[in-house]
Design a protein around this ligand. Structure first.
Ligand code: NI
Length: 261
């Protein structure tokens, strides 16, 4: 399949996520490429409302420390929907289905395996201090374990519903604060150190999931996404030509070289 034909309406730019809709940034050093991507409108307002209504009535909220290791348990103070409950699985399918159908998510993440999404809530000072996500996640029901390559947070509360609650992702260049509209998603490398700041007013509800990518290396994946994006832009500006076909061949040959499926 041609990943480079997946996203006709992409907006691009090189700016921190949250500064404009659809922005992404790829940072290059000699050996590292780090990408965070803001994907607007993953969920429609109707989907967000329906999810929120179900979550607001859910009796299954539990202490978020149940799903983390010893280091995470020391810094995690929030609530989450019980893992593997019928409600979590049902609502999770709405979120993962929307992400998998989203051309931008697909092109950026190149998903191989997607774990069932989690749902979490923070209020009254709840927070999740600096931590790194575990590399390997077990799955229920005899399914293969998933290597967490890419983390995705889908915001389900509007930014004006709460104070604090920023997702902060730390990389070589400093700390990036992310607080997006309900229905929008942020995608970032699972290997980054990150935290959710204390929520000091209102409630922050979000969904969260891990993905194993066909392309394990963050830098290679970011380069493929950058190439894909520029091929799309070229095609939009000039239509198809021998040049765009040639570049598309390069994209696929790199993917062939790097993908594990
Ligand atoms: Ni985390």
């Amino acid at each position: 399949m041609l990943f480079t034909e997946y996203h006709p309406r992409r907006e691009t730019g090189f700016a921190p996520p949250g500064s404009a809709r659809g922005d992404f940034f790829v940072r290059c050093t000699n050996h590292d490429l780090i990408m965070m991507l803001h994907i607007p409108g993953v969920l429609t307002p109707e989907q967000v409302s329906a999810l929120r209504a179900r979550l607001d009535q859910a009796p299954e909220w539990i202490d978020g420390r149940e799903s983390v290791g010893a280091q995470g348990a020391q810094v995690k103070r929030n609530r989450q929907l019980g893992e593997g409950t019928p409600l979590a699985l049902e609502l999770g399918q709405i979120v993962s289905g929307a992400l998998m159908a989203n051309p931008l998510f697909f092109a950026a993440v190149l998903p191989l395996r997607v774990l069932a999404p989690y749902f979490n809530a923070y209020a009254g000072g709840e927070h999740y201090g600096l931590h790194v996500d575990g590399a390997i996640r077990a799955q229920r029901g005899g399914l293969p374990a998933v290597r967490a390559d890419v983390s995705t947070t889908v915001f389900l509360s509007e930014p004006d519903e709460y104070d604090g609650g920023e997702l902060e992702v730390v990389d070589l260049y400093g700390t990036h604060e992310v607080k997006l509209a309900a229905g929008d998603a942020i995608v970032y490398p699972s290997g980054s150190v990150h935290q959710v700041r204390p929520v000091t007013r209102g409630e922050r509800v979000a969904s969260f999931l891990w993905t194993q990518s066909m392309v394990r290396d963050d830098g290679k994946r970011a380069m493929l996404f950058g190439l894909d994006t520029h091929i799309q832009a070229l095609r939009g500006e000039h239509g198809d030509s021998a040049t765009t076909v040639g570049l598309t061949a390069h994209y696929h040959n790199l993917l062939r070289m790097w993908a594990e499926v």
